[in-house]
Design a protein around this ligand. Structure first.
Ligand code: GLC
Length: 548
């Protein structure tokens, strides 16, 4: 299959694309519905590739599109080598990869190696085979505690609420760090290891350019599955175990046998920068999502600390940093930045429904986009970030689909609010998400009326719109030497201002404080997130300058 040509830097050196790439995350279910059944699909995505190429991103990361009962939006995979009929066919996937490549867009697929779906044939075989059967060794089956085995084998909690164990009809228990429909694989089993190497080969042979690895640090569990309470080792017996690195080394070896710079990106919520960097050693993974910026409150001091810590951690292993503001698991940043507490935490329940100033959040989101795209390394744009979409918080309870909602007994409102189908065009819902005369309403039919002004069509060609700001920034990022991978130099600034220069002389100034701040004299403006006031940068705004 035709691949995307390698890019050269200002010195004519070939640099791997993933060191500087801007990667657009597609959540296929909610991106574009081609066949009118209310669910986004490959057909819809293929008709919108032009939008993505025109936006100026380098690659697409597709959240899972594999065969799945969708108990967790596709992160419950029943067949790792085929596409779910709701999304299309394998032939369509191949056609998509080909068309994307011809437009200069690389394709990164999502790999979910910690768990599968309860419908996966190996899990079904394990259930049928019964206690003690070798088929059960590919998962974590255990007898329960208590007099009659009625208690879970240990005290681990599931990330989606409740215990991480469920009981089968024959009375044994199996481990699932997420929903009960997502049994954890036993990575000590050689067949599990061999199977994933084969799955990697399958998609590499089909022409994908990389993999996003789901919950990267969870695969290996501590020997004996000890209780977590009173556990003396860092951090938990179910994550960041030493043995996980050997798995990624074997994956890297395989990847390196393929041409054209294929790459891994790790989903890693590790907070310790040194532990984080270990996944990015030269013989392991290429890049990882760097979530501290996403978690950070809107504060110059906090941002600066995150940026410095990130760059220092990545320098330990020579890996490029990545930056991300939102994804399909987190509250959209327009909403976060419009609240009194602008940080992100997994205590979503406590934050849900707090007052939001959307105008302020939008203004800050524009500034954050210029900041992120000027920082060293790669960056991620979650579908709808480029439109300035906000979190939909008022979803009626009966329409909520995220398993976290049910598993938490309705305490956590879940992640549906950032997964609402995209608005493309027109005055009426679903704003072009599905074709005219669709046979069904969108799977999550809750687009706000206010998105009428935020459709791709409404914002296209509109000077100063959120979409045009992203387009301009992404095009400038390509045109100006020195953005992407490379060093950063801080300039002296007021405490509530971030001011740095990149090689080639592009300077980014961000004002996170409440007062306007003077801009350096003699610099030429390239792009601003808000109108400048007599040479001053207003509050909650960012600018790219040339010179000094
Ligand atoms: C990752 C995914 C999330 C999913 C979970 C379990 O965190 O991003 O959407 O629910 O893993 O696969």
């Amino acid at each position: 299959m035709e691949s995307v040509p390698t890019t050269e830097d200002a010195q004519g050196q070939a640099t791997p694309w993933w060191r500087s790439a801007v990667i657009y995350q597609v959540y296929p279910r909610s991106f574009a519905d081609g066949n009118g059944d209310g669910t986004g699909d490959i057909a819809g995505l293929r008709t919108r590739l032009g939008h993505l190429a025109g936006l100026g991103v380098d690659a697409l990361w597709l959240s899972p599109w594999y065969v799945s009962p969708l108990a967790d939006g596709g992160y419950d995979v029943a067949d790792y080598r085929d596409i779910d009929p709701a999304f299309g066919t394998l032939d369509e996937a191949e056609a998509l990869i080909r068309e994307a490549h011809s437009l200069g867009l690389r394709i990164v697929v999502d790999l979910v190696p910690n768990h599968c779906s309860e419908q996966h044939p190996w899990f079904q075989a394990a259930l049928t085979a019964g206690p003690g059967a070798p088929e059960r060794d590919r998962f974590h089956f255990r007898a329960g505690r208590g007099e009659h085995g009625e208690l879970p084998p240990n005290d681990w909690p599931s990330h989606f609420g409740g215990p991480a164990w469920s009981r089968t009809a024959d009375g044994s228990w199996y481990l699932h760090m997420f929903a009960p429909e997502q049994p954890d694989w036993n990575w000590e089993h050689p067949e599990v290891r061999a199977e994933f190497l084969s799955v990697l080969r399958f998609w590499l042979d089909l022409g994908v350019d990389g993999f996003r690895i789901d919950v990267t640090d969870h695969l290996v569990k501590e020997d004996g599955l000890p209780d977590a309470a009173g556990h003396h080792q860092r951090p938990h017996p179910w994550r960041d175990q030493e043995g996980v690195h050997e798995i990624y080394r074997s994956w890297r070896k395989l990847l390196d046998t393929y041409p054209d710079d294929r790459a891994f990106v790790a989903e890693l919520w590790e907070q310790d920068p040194e532990r984080f960097a270990r996944y990015l050693r030269p013989d392991e993974l290429h890049t990882a999502f760097n979530f501290p910026l996403l978690r950070s409150p809107w504060s110059a001091a906090a941002f600066r600390e995150v940026i410095d810590a990130t760059l220092a951690a990545h320098a330990l292993v020579g890996a490029p940093a990545t930056w991300v503001l939102s994804n399909h698991d987190t509250t959209r940043h327009v909403t976060r930045y419009g609240r009194a507490d602008t940080s992100y935490g997994f205590d979503r329940a406590a934050r849900h429904g707090l007052p939001v100033d959307l105008a302020l959040g939008t203004r800050r989101a524009r500034a954050a986009a210029l900041l992120m795209l000027a920082l060293p390394g790669g960056a991620y744009v979650y579908q709808g970030d480029e439109l300035g979409l906000w979190e939909v918080e008022d979803i009626p309870d009966e329409l909520r689909q995220d398993p976290t909602w049910l598993r938490s007994g309705g305490v956590d409102r879940g992640r549906d609010g950032c997964r609402v189908p995209l608005p493309w065009e027109g005055q009426e819902q679903p704003f072009g998400f599905s074709p005219a005369r669709a046979s069904a309403a969108p799977w999550l039919d809750v687009q706000p009326d206010g998105w009428r002004e935020l459709t791709v069509a409404a914002q296209s060609g509109m000077p100063g719109s959120h979409l045009e700001l992203y387009r301009e920034a992404l095009h400038l990022r390509r045109a100006l030497p020195g953005l992407g991978d490379g060093p950063l130099r801080w300039n002296a600034s007021a405490p509530e201002v971030l001011d740095f220069t990149r090689p080639g002389g592009v300077r980014c100034v961000v004002n996170l404080g409440p007062e306007p701040t003077p801009l350096p004299a003699g610099a030429t403006g390239l792009l601003a997130s808000a109108e400048l006031m007599d040479g001053m940068l207003p509050p909650d705004a960012a600018v790219w300058l040339r010179g000094h």
